[in-house]
Design a protein around this ligand. Structure first.
Ligand code: SF4
Length: 310
C-alpha cells in the first residue's frame, strides 16, 4: 500500500475513537474489576483477530503509541469532513473543504502536542508538512468524486454509539456519519483515507460497519438500510444492505470474538501473531516475535477479571 493513502490498520482515525475498550485505566480506583464496564469496538476486535498480543498491548496495558503522519492525516481529513456539513449546502465545495485544512490542523495540534513532533521545525520539516497537507487536500478533493455533500443533510456526524450486549461486552464506537431519510431509513457512512480492500479482504472491511449497524439496530430498533465505506485513497465506495439475519450473524461473530478475548484474559496468554500489521506496530520492542519481552500484566488482570459466568 502507498504510504500516502494507507490507513494505519487498527488505529483510531479520528479524535475520540476509543483506543482502550476496557474502561478506566488500570491502577485507578475506577479501573478495578468492579468499576470496569468492559467494551469492544470494531477496531479493537480487528486488533484481536490480527494479533491477540497487540490487543493486549493496546487494551489492557494501554501502552502509548506515537502518532504517525498517516494516522494524523486520517484524523485531519475526518475533522474537515465533519465540519464541512456546518456550511450551508451550496457552500460545500472542494475549495471550501481544502480551505479548512490548515485551521483544522492547528486545532488538532492544540489538542495533542505530540503531533507537533511529526514534522521538524527546520526547512525540511516545513516542506514535509506542506506535502502532507497537500495530500490531505487531495484526499478531500477525491471525496467530491464519490459523494455530493450539497445534497446531503446528515442526521449525525462523529456519533458516539454504545449499547450493552446481553451477557457480553458493551459495544461502542464512533460513526462518521449517519443519514436518516424522511421515512426513517438509516444509512451509516464511514470514511477511510486508505485504499479500498481487494475482494479477499472486503468482508473484513465490512465487519466494522456491520458492527455499527448492529449497535444502531439495538439502540433504535431499526435495521440500517444501507452501509457505506467511502475510500478516499482509491476513490471507491464499498456498500452493503444488511437485513436482520445479517446483523444476527454479526452479533454471533462479535460474541465469538469476545468469548475468545475472555479466554485469553482468563489464561493470561496473549499470543503474538506476526503478520502484515507488524510493519505498523509500535510495540515490536516488547514483542516476543521480535525478541522482546512484554511487561507484566497490569493490576493482576487475570485475577481481577474472570470470564463472565465463571
Ligand atoms: S509486532 Fe506484530 S506480532 Fe508483535 S505485537 Fe505487534 S502486531 Fe503482534
Amino acid at each position: 500500500m502507498s504510504s500516502t493513502t494507507t490507513d494505519v490498520p487498527g488505529s483510531p482515525e479520528r479524535p475520540g475513537e476509543p483506543v482502550a475498550d476496557g474502561g478506566p485505566p488500570p491502577g485507578t480506583a475506577a479501573g478495578t474489576a468492579a468499576g470496569r464496564a468492559r467494551g469492544l469496538s470494531p477496531s479493537r476486535a480487528a486488533d484481536f483477530l490480527r494479533c491477540p498480543l497487540l490487543y493486549r498491548f493496546r487494551t489492557i496495558d494501554r501502552l502509548e503509541e506515537a502518532p504517525s503522519p498517516a494516522a494524523a492525516r486520517g484524523t485531519l481529513v475526518h475533522a474537515v469532513l465533519e465540519r464541512l456539513f456546518d456550511l450551508p449546502a451550496a457552500e460545500r465545495t472542494p475549495e471550501a473543504a481544502c480551505g479548512m485544512v490548515e485551521e483544522r490542523w492547528r486545532e488538532l495540534l492544540a489538542g495533542d502536542e505530540r503531533l507537533g513532533a511529526l514534522f521538524g521545525d527546520d526547512e525540511d520539516g516545513r516542506a514535509a508538512l506542506q506535502r502532507w497537507l497537500a495530500q490531505a487536500r487531495s484526499l478531500l478533493r477525491r471525496y467530491f468524486d464519490l459523494e455530493d455533500p450539497t445534497r446531503l443533510e446528515p442526521a449525525g456526524r462523529e456519533v458516539r454509539v454504545e449499547v450493552p450486549l446481553e451477557g457480553g461486552p458493551v459495544l461502542r464506537g464512533v460513526v462518521d456519519r449517519l443519514d436518516v431519510a424522511p421515512d426513517g431509513r438509516l444509512r451509516v457512512v464511514d470514511y477511510k483515507t486508505g485504499r479500498a480492500p481487494s475482494d479477499r479482504f472486503a468482508a473484513a472491511a465490512l465487519f466494522q460497519i456491520r458492527f455499527y449497524a448492529l449497535v444502531l439496530w439495538r439502540l433504535r430498533g431499526v435495521v440500517p438500510r444501507s452501509l457505506r465505506l467511502v475510500y478516499l485513497g482509491s476513490g471507491e465506495v464499498l456498500g452493503h444492505c444488511p437485513d436482520e439475519d445479517d446483523l444476527r450473524a454479526t452479533e454471533r461473530e462479535v460474541r465469538a470474538v469476545w468469548e475468545a478475548i475472555e479466554r485469553n484474559r482468563a489464561s493470561g496468554e496473549w499470543p503474538a501473531t506476526p503478520g502484515r500489521l507488524c510493519s505498523w506496530c509500535d510495540h515490536k520492542a516488547l514483542c516476543p516475535a521480535f525478541g522482546g519481552t512484554p511487561p507484566p500484566l497490569p493490576g493482576g488482570d487475570v485475577a481481577q477479571d474472570p470470564p463472565r459466568g465463571a
